[in-house]
Write a protein that binds this ligand. Structure first.
Ligand SMILES: [Zn+2]
Ligand SMILES: [Zn+2]
Length: 462
């Protein structure tokens, strides 16, 4: 009794000091009991994933799948491997919620990465070297092996803390995003497995942010990979004449470049964001007559073609763009034809982006509100939501009318996806794990029925 009284009379900061001390002790004990949750083991696992070469066009999918499955197993999570297409395993992981009637949340990430030019990197792109500043160099460190593993690390932390989800959380590790997602997410989104998952909301990849705040994406531009081809009379390399394939193609390239500049100028002038204009970039040029000893120099070829990566914002006039391509960029009058690399026919191009899918990023969307709050409560902030300038697997979910947000927690980081020397700082990676702890906790605890009951009873009280 006496000691209780004296305890009460102690200044309040002693109490806080004791609590602080106890929490430190608890953290230390947890770290000793769970060495797998220490920062160094979190980083080692990230390095291990990065070292698996899953670059297109020959990704080591099975090695990646084994690694992901072993992670799921170490977390006692349910998992399954699905091959919608042979040799392209997709891993589905389930963290069952206490209330299986609630729709689930899907955390998606792709396991493939884009190819590298190794000799142009300062460190081996599959070495996951950590430099003196803590930057981890690897293809996929930003796009998007970081995110896939951060989801799992966050779940590890939540499980360690004794947290149990109310709502089921699914994780999908999918193949082939970098080549269009047709044998990956597209098949998943059409499957019975997926229907049974009863997904209400999807989180997928975003972009690094050079500033302090994280970026989030509520829509994205649609890819329209287009090849234009010119034909013309072949002839002597010394002859000047009209209508050669090269001349026909070059005229188109000039017109396309002017259009590109008009779009880029709006971004440069600050009138539009990157995701709000049409981007057109020439990605290959193919022409000339080749022999084993090189190109023939005195022969003007009869065919020439160029490939363009075109990205179309959901707000753009798509019909007008298709018309522009047919009439100005590849007109039959200039002996030109065009083909949409990914889709072959005009109809399917329109299918792919004819129904602009935007996810509400305001108070009307509880998943958006939860995301904002969760990021804030983890001590970080979000930039104003944007249109993703490239493309992600999100489009297959949004197309079904599902809300999906693109988000990769990388602040203070240069945007290096698809670039040489892609890296992510280890401190940023660890911070990202904690951001996901906050987000997954919020999503897994969210119960719209309970919220509705709470609201109506508070209305009744009024
Ligand atoms: Zn990606
Ligand atoms: Zn990518």
């Amino acid at each position: 009794m006496e000691s209780l009284i004296s305890c009460r009379t102690r200044p309040i900061f002693f109490l806080f000091f004791n609590l602080y001390f106890l929490s430190l002790l608890f953290t230390a004990i947890t770290a000793i009991q769970n060495p797998s949750s220490s920062s160094s083991s979190i980083i080692s696992r990230f390095q291990e994933y990065l070292r698996i070469n899953t670059a297109q066009p020959n990704p080591n999918y099975y090695v990646a799948a084994d690694f992901i499955l072993s992670q799921a197993k170490s977390l006692s999570l349910e998992s399954q491997t699905i091959e919608f297409v042979k040799n392209k395993p997709l891993i589905l992981i389930k963290w069952p919620g206490k209330n299986p009637n609630l729709p689930s949340v899907l955390l998606n990430s792709h396991t493939d990465v884009v190819p590298v030019e190794s000799q142009k990197w300062i460190h081996d792109p599959f070495g996951a070297h950590i430099d003196s500043q803590g930057n981890i160099y690897a293809r996929g460190s930003q796009d998007m092996k970081c995110v896939g593993l951060q989801y799992l690390e966050a779940i590890r932390k939540l499980k360690d803390s004794g947290f149990e989800p109310t709502r089921t959380i699914y994780l999908s590790f999918v193949p082939d995003e970098e080549i269009g997602g047709h044998d990956g997410v597209e098949k998943l989104a059409e499957s019975d497995v997926y229907k049974k998952m009863n997904v209400a909301f999807v989180l997928d990849e975003g972009l690094a942010s050079p500033g302090e705040k994280y970026r989030a994406f509520y829509a994205e531009r649609s890819p329209m990979w287009t090849v234009i081809k010119a034909t013309g009379a072949p002839g002597h390399g010394a002859k000047l004449y009209d209508n050669t394939a090269m001349e026909n193609l070059l005229k188109s390239i000039e017109i396309i470049r002017r259009f590109r500049a008009s779009q880029f100028d709006m971004v440069k002038a600050g009138l539009k964001a990157e995701g709000e204009v049409v981007s057109v970039n020439m990605v290959f040029l193919k022409a000339g007559t080749q022999t084993p000893t090189g190109f023939v120099m005195n022969l003007q070829p009869s065919e020439a073609e160029a490939g363009f990566d075109i990205r179309v914002p959901p707000t753009a006039d798509q019909e007008a763009l298709l018309k522009r391509i047919a009439e100005e960029w590849a007109p039959a009058s200039r002996n030109m034809t065009f083909e949409y690399g990914q889709f072959k026919q005009k109809q399917s191009v329109l299918d792919n982006f004819g129904n602009p899918a935007l996810t509400a990023a305001d108070n009307s969307n509880p998943w958006w509100v939860l995301l904002e709050e969760a990021v804030r409560s983890a001590g970080a902030q979000l930039e104003k939501p944007e249109i993703f300038p490239a493309s992600t697997d999100c489009r297959y979910f949004r197309r079904q009318g599902l809300p999906a947000i693109g988000f990769s927690p990388m602040a203070n980081t240069p945007i290096l996806l698809h670039d040489h020397n892609e890296f992510l700082n280890q401190a940023e990676y660890l911070k990202g794990v904690d951001i996901y702890v906050s987000i997954i906790k919020a999503y897994a605890s969210y119960d719209e029925h309970a919220e509705a009951t709470k609201e109506s009873s508070s209305r009744d009280e009024l």
